[in-house]
Design a protein. Structure first.
Length: 425
């Protein structure tokens, strides 16, 4: 049986409702309803082991929610209150309670217009896909509120919108990107008309902020194998709007890069670096997606590190101690990530891993800087602070990378001998 008021097997949601019990009594006593909703319900019906944060919806207004959770919640977050959401933590469980609402983007606005509601069905109807438009009343966990037959779509593995896809994607264009993630993660096939509607509204993605697009792209990149999602983005004419450099590759090159993506850790920045390696960089995309400085910097460091490995070893795949030290100095704390990344994108690493292990065991990669500090160099060479001290320190650093660890006396003697024969600029 499907549809609103459909029964579910006894016990399916009991543990989730028990977690919410300290709150639900208050809402019920105050004449309000409280429902588990969205991904929490979907994943439980799919038999998924993971239990994400508890998403709940209610007919209570945000200020009333705040009053009702007071004294029960250990921590309350009100950043989303103006959009109808109150965040809280009860024990070890994070929750978000949101007033029933309807929302839509109007014209070219980048922010949705939100209207609160007391109607559960209206709230479910505004959601992205039918598989997310299901709710369970915490006071009656054996009944599934499913007015759009999301459970039937789950069973049939169909990706469908509660309203027409034109309305749904027009209200929130980011849902077109989300469709790619659901297609890849859950193997849901787009319903008839969904792809055509998305393609006709592709330009509307321009009203969505780069930060929201980045967030949805990162979620797609966290899917075990996002290849199907990227194929759907290409089909609905959105790939070039999100990752123009990647969209510009030939199909075989894109598929090869995505095959590499699926083999690395499901870290979105690391996987974006794999794509950047295939395209030769992501300058335009990084700007449009508003990547943080740390994320953009890590991608650049991984690319540069992999390129050093590409040219750093001998033709027979062996690595000299000096080459390993120079790579370690350049890569710094992300050395292991650089080596792993290089291997994942097909760069031959030869005996680099074993060479690294050998030098690490000998302590040869500990502190790759000069063994003498600036004051010691000035005393040894009779120098005043200035450019010459920097020149001497650079020579000592290069000595350390060329020949490995040595005692301060030996390094000082080598420096003094070089300094006596050097030709000043």
């Amino acid at each position: 049986m499907s549809g609103d008021g459909a029964p579910v097997p006894e016990g399916t949601f009991d543990d989730l409702c028990a977690t919410v019990a300290p709150l639900s009594g208050r809402f019920i006593d105050a004449g309000h309803r409280l429902y588990l909703v969205g991904g929490l319900v979907r994943d439980r019906l799919m038999g998924a082991d993971r239990t994400p944060d508890h998403d709940l919806t209610t007919d209570a207004t945000p200020d009333r929610i705040r009053e009702l959770v007071e004294g029960v919640a250990d921590v309350v977050w009100l950043q989303g209150e103006r959009f109808g959401t109150v965040g809280l933590r009860v024990g070890d469980h994070a929750m978000e309670i949101t007033t029933h609402r309807a929302e839509a983007y109007v014209g070219d606005s980048r922010k949705p217009v939100v209207r609160f509601s007391t109607d559960l069905h209206e709230d479910l109807g505004r959601r992205d896909f039918t598989v997310n438009a299901m709710a369970v009343d915490v006071a009656d966990p054996t009944t599934l509120h499913d007015p759009f037959d999301g459970r039937g779509d789950l069973d049939s593995r169909i990706l469908r919108t509660p309203r027409s896809p034109e309305e749904s994607f027009g209200d929130d264009p980011l849902r077109m990107l989300r469709a790619a993630r659901f297609h890849a993660r859950y193997g849901l096939t787009p319903a008839d008309g969904l792809v055509e509607a998305a393609r006709s509204l592709a330009d509307r993605l321009g009203i969505v902020s780069g930060e929201r697009i980045r967030g949805e792209l990162f979620r797609l990149l966290e899917v075990e194998d996002p290849t199907a999602g990227f194929s759907l983005l290409e089909e609905i004419d959105l790939l070039w709007r999100v990752l123009p450099e990647f969209a510009g590759l030939e199909e075989d090159a894109r598929l090869s890069a995505l095959a590499q993506v699926a083999t690395v850790e499901a870290d979105p920045v690391l996987r974006l670096a794999v794509i950047a390696w295939a395209t030769g960089g992501l300058a335009d995309s990084a700007t449009a997606l508003r990547l943080s400085g740390s994320d953009a910097g890590l991608i650049v460091d991984l690319l540069e590190g992999a390129d050093r490995i590409r040219v750093g070893g001998s033709t027979d795949g062996t690595w000299s101690d000096e080459s390993v030290r120079r790579l370690a100095a350049a890569a710094g704390p992300i050395l292991d990530r650089v080596v792993g990344f290089a291997g994942s994108v097909g760069v031959a690493v030869g005996d680099l891993v074993s060479a690294l292990g050998r030098l690490r065991s000998a302590g040869d990669l500990d502190d790759l800087g000069p063994v003498l500090d600036g004051g010691e160099v000035m005393d040894l060479l009779g120098l005043e602070p200035g450019r010459e001290v920097g020149e001497a320190m650079a020579w000592l650093t290069d000595l350390r990378l060329r020949e490995g660890r040595m005692q301060p006396d030996e390094a000082g003697g080598r420096l003094a001998a070089w300094w006596s024969t050097r030709v000043p600029d």
